[in-house]
Design a protein around this ligand. Structure first.
Ligand code: ME8
Length: 513
């Protein structure tokens, strides 16, 4: 490695600017209960995707919020009893609190009871009117799922999800979904990456191939919802209202061209149970309204707790606030995204969580940073300029410099788990490099070589911290602070380690709190 391409690597050169727009969304959550680990998971995943693209130079809009209408919420308020709007205000605040606790970098928090949203949902309805007609609905409804259930799917009075159903008979507006079957199939065919992970694609295609029925999109025996335009006695079905949040957040009904352009760059992160709403109903609505269909709907899996479905009656609901208080948010973010592939189901077990914290975080990453920075303290916190790199060092340099490109490829597919594994490969290689290079011996025998070894390790740690920044923003920041580059953004970070005054490090992951 020569002087010009030695350790003076400039992040912006390495990582390249990629100015494009990316919209990332979380589901908007029902407010009938307090936020739990499942909500935190979906939002953390969306946050990582958003942060990654921001660091990669894109203009990002991350939206989240609360889904406040519908029978489920109205009934929850009734049982307290409490005014439903007041109930909504209180519960929505709990989700804002969760966002602060999980370090969500949202650009917008949207509540479906806001005026801007009512305006947007009603404007969307007007655009759909050519596909809307009035008829009478009679059939089964599951309030817990806020979903109509086909008669053949009702078993012993329950929906496939296990939720009880109730018979409904009322005048209703219908959306002509049946007219979109071919267009949807054509769309899936031409956009093979629209539904992710790929394993979920066939499930949706088969559902659509089995035939789409028009479905009811209003209620008239109930008023906790967005009023249907030009109708005195109907409110919108909560899912039309809810899905519209994504365009409300982009400014709809104003500036429709911009909204449509942004939707084409949109990645929806949703749980697998609501994939159908996002990959079938939502694109049909958008096609009908003349707005672009999102780029991707990523369906993530479900967490259970200690092997069992989380439920209040079992008392095994994982409370994100408690874990964050005890172990810190970055540990939780890491565990959720590392423990399972994004898209698969997971089991939140305390043992597995503790194992990840002590092996991956404290031992592998924490010790790497600690060992290197403690060594540098032995050199009075400074490295001398040294471009005399051995082939072992050059190999590690190349790995470190290639990290972001590898992450970019994985993050294109929202492979968050793969990205963390890729970062940990570099962590392991760096730890192995320390063991092979034996800096403790070099400190006695060859200080010049010691400088080269430590410089290489700093470059590797810098790349690790940069890669970790979307996943564990607090930890990445701490590492950069130890390296005394406070105030510089990760992208600007220009490395000449001989200019850096290193501070004595504190442990990255203190074992007890
Ligand atoms: O469905 N494991 O809201 P919701 C993993 N308002 N993720 C989980 C989870 C678990 N055990 N439990 C919940 C709604 N989630 C609608 C959405 S969007 C326009 C409207 C996550 O409060 C998962 O992302 O039931 C799921 O899709 C979301 O929370 C559902 O939240």
């Amino acid at each position: 490695m020569n002087k010009s391409d030695g350790c003076r690597c400039i992040a912006t050169e390495l990582y390249g600017a990629k100015p494009s727009s990316v919209v990332v969304t979380t589901p908007i959550y029902y407010i009938n209960g307090a936020p739990h680990i499942g909500h935190a998971y979906a939002s953390i995943a969306a946050d990582v995707i958003a942060r990654f693209h921001r660091l990669d130079g894109s203009k990002v809009h991350l939206s989240t919020g609360t889904d406040e209408h519908g029978i489920k919420v109205a009934r929850s308020a009734e049982t307290i009893p409490m005014d439903v709007q007041k109930f909504a205000d209180q519960m929505s605040d709990k989700f804002r609190e969760m966002n602060r606790a999980i370090n969500l970098s949202e650009d917008d928090f949207i509540r479906t009871t806001e005026n801007r949203h009512r305006e947007s949902a009603q404007a969307l309805w007007k655009l759909l009117e050519k596909d809307i007609y009035k008829d009478t609905y009679s059939g089964w409804y599951s309030a817990r799922d806020e979903e109509y259930v086909a008669a053949e799917d009702v078993v012993d009075g329950n929906a496939p999800s296990g939720a009880p159903v109730e018979w409904m008979e009322e005048e209703s507006y219908f959306f002509r979904l049946s007219a979109y079957q071919d267009r949807l199939l054509d769309y899936y065919d031409k956009h093979p990456d629209f539904i992710a992970p790929p394993s979920r694609r066939n499930e949706v295609i088969n559902f659509v191939k089995n035939g789409l029925r028009d479905f009811s999109i209003s209620r008239n025996k109930f008023d906790w919802g967005v009023p249907v335009p030009d109708s005195n006695d109907h409110v919108m079905y909560v899912w039309i209202d809810a899905l519209a949040n994504y365009i409300t957040s982009l400014g709809f009904p104003h500036n429709r061209e911009y909204v449509s352009e942004m939707m084409a760059n949109c990645i929806h992160v949703v749980g697998k149970e609501i994939l159908r709403f996002h990959a079938v109903y939502w694109p049909a609505f958008l096609m009908s309204a003349g707005i672009s269909v999102p780029k991707r709907v990523f369906a993530h899996g479900w967490w259970v707790s200690e092997g069992q479905k989380m439920s209040k009656s079992i008392g095994n609901v994982v409370d994100p606030f408690e874990i964050i208080e005890k172990c810190g948010i970055d540990s939780l973010r890491y565990f959720l995204l590392r423990e399972i592939r994004f898209g698969e189901d997971g089991d939140f077990s305390n043992d597995a969580f503790q194992r990840r914290i002590s092996y991956d975080l404290a031992n592998d990453l924490g010790n790497l940073v600690q060992r290197v920075l403690v060594f540098i303290q032995k050199l009075d916190g400074r490295l001398s300029v040294n471009y005399d790199f051995s082939s072992e060092e050059q190999i590690l340099f190349v790995h470190a410099r290639g990290l972001w490109d590898s992450l970019r490829q994985l993050m294109e597919k929202q492979d968050l788990h793969g990205a963390l594994c890729c970062i940990w490969d570099l962590v392991s290689e760096s730890n192995k490099f320390i063991n092979d290079m034996r800096p403790w011996e070099l400190a006695r025998t060859d200080v010049r070589r010691l400088n080269a070894v430590l410089t290489t390790l700093c470059e590797s740690i810098r790349a690790i911290a940069f890669g970790l920044a979307p996943f564990m923003p607090g930890t990445a920041r701490k590492i950069f602070d130890f390296m005394n580059v406070e105030g510089k953004s990760f992208r600007e970070l220009s490395i000449n380690f001989s200019d850096v005054r290193f501070d004595p490090p504190a442990p990255l992951f203190p074992r007890e709190r």
